[in-house]
Design a protein around this ligand. Structure first.
Ligand code: CP
Length: 390
């Protein structure tokens, strides 16, 4: 794809790009996970929580659906997707945003040779936000610059090649922060789950700092790991353990390793899942992206990268199992009954955080929080760890 009009801006270091993606201190576009500061995530997570609560009854759902009835979204997903696409659909429906989609460029005028850049330029004439996924790295970024030059429409990166998946990182962080509050529906005023855990793990603390995260599988080709690891690396005393075959393109890239180390994380590499399970505070599994296999590539035995039920028994009692999905055989179905299997909740959280993101882009998050306070009488501030178990 020809992105040459934007090449000079694409080649800048990321810190010089970020000012182009904000407006008055707020997100204008979401292209990179590095745009997500702790403060911004705290606000988005509080909004996500409020959307979740308000959606639970008819009056709250009606309030949300009236908020953005005048807005229209384009969902331009030319690379396959279930969760990201549908959770954005559900987020639009929750906030009353009407939407249209193109998922197969063969049924658009791209079939007649129209450039994808022209397609997006056209969408901006009809819609108020464009959420996009494409296999071309940097395409979403180029579209954000195009909007800055010509139109004032936000671009949301729903996954760009092997590059970045910032909204996945956002929902992953939401899920992780919730998990590490160690609240349980069975907590009582006499004894909490957290206190029980600390009997076996006296150094355990709430929150992300000091935790050991294990990422397992096709690390080199996974954009979700990349976007999430960058956010985790900014927390104090975090260890990031990457478990992948010792094969170029599959193992952690030197570029990402350097970036994580510079951000302050301790980075470790392993070639067997068994090396990390007992000490991990969280295990993030990933799918093998066979669609990118080279015909003459090496044979890899992926059985060393499967989280079987037998292996899960060696994990810590509280360690959540995450997976961005779709999964193949790296987590067998039998693990789904394990209380630490958090991946379905993780996918569902995508709907709440994507609704929060759209609310932020259209500037209605304060109205959501005020309505939530009026109805529920409290705010939930994820930055301070004030979380409720659900
Ligand atoms: N996690 C994720 O991006 O899933 P989809 O590819 O189904 O959107």
């Amino acid at each position: 794809m020809d992105l040459s009009p934007y090449e000079s801006r694409i080649e800048r270091p990321i810190r010089r790009k970020i000012p182009d993606l904000v407006s008055n201190g707020r997100l204008k576009h979401l292209i990179f996970s590095e745009q997500l500061s702790a403060e911004l995530m705290g606000e988005l997570f509080a909004t996500a929580d409020a959307v979740h609560d308000l959606s639970s009854d008819e009056d709250g759902a009606r309030f949300l659906q009236d908020l953005l009835r005048h807005k229209k979204a384009m969902l331009y997903f030319t690379q396959t997707s279930t969760r990201t696409f549908l959770s954005f659909v559900a987020a639009c429906q929750t906030l009353g945003i009407s939407y249209a989609d193109i998922r197969d460029p063969k049924i658009s005028s791209e079939y007649k040779g129209e450039s994808p850049l022209d397609s997006v330029r056209m969408f901006s004439s009809y819609f108020d936000v464009i959420v996009m996924r494409d296999r071309t790295p940097r395409f979403a970024e180029a579209c954000a610059y195009m909007m800055n030059d010509d139109r004032d429409i936000p671009i949301v990166n729903g996954g760009s090649g092997a590059d970045e998946h910032p909204t996945q990182a956002l929902l992953d962080m939401y899920t992780i922060e919730r998990a590490f509050t160690f609240r349980s529906p069975t907590d009582s005023s006499k004894r909490t789950w957290y206190e029980e855990l600390r009997q076996d793990h006296p150094t355990l603390r709430r929150g992300i700092p000091g935790k050991r995260f294990a990422f397992v599988g096709d690390i080199g080709r996974g954009r979700t790991v990349r976007s999430l690891a960058i956010l985790l690396a900014h927390h104090p005393d975090v260890q990031l353990h990457f478990v992948a075959p010792d094969v170029d393109g599959l193992r952690l890239s030197t570029e990402l390793k350097d970036r994580l180390t510079r951000a302050g994380a301790e980075v470790f590499e392993h070639t067997r899942i068994d090396d990390v399970l007992a000490d991990a505070d969280l295990v993030y599994m990933t799918r093998v992206q066979h669609e990118h296999d080279a015909a003459d590539g090496p044979e890899v035995d992926w059985s060393d990268f499967q989280l079987t039920a037998e292996r899960a028994r060696r994990m810590r009692a509280y360690a959540p199992i995450l997976h961005p999905f779709p999964r193949n055989t790296e987590i067998p179905f039998e693990v789904d009954a394990d209380p630490r299997a958090t991946y379905f909740e993780q996918a569902r959280n995508g709907m709440w955080v994507r609704a929060a993101l759209l609310a932020h882009l259209f500037g209605v998050e304060r109205r959501i929080l005020d309505q939530h306070r009026a109805v529920f009488g409290q705010y939930h501030d994820y930055n301070e760890g004030v979380l409720r178990a659900r």
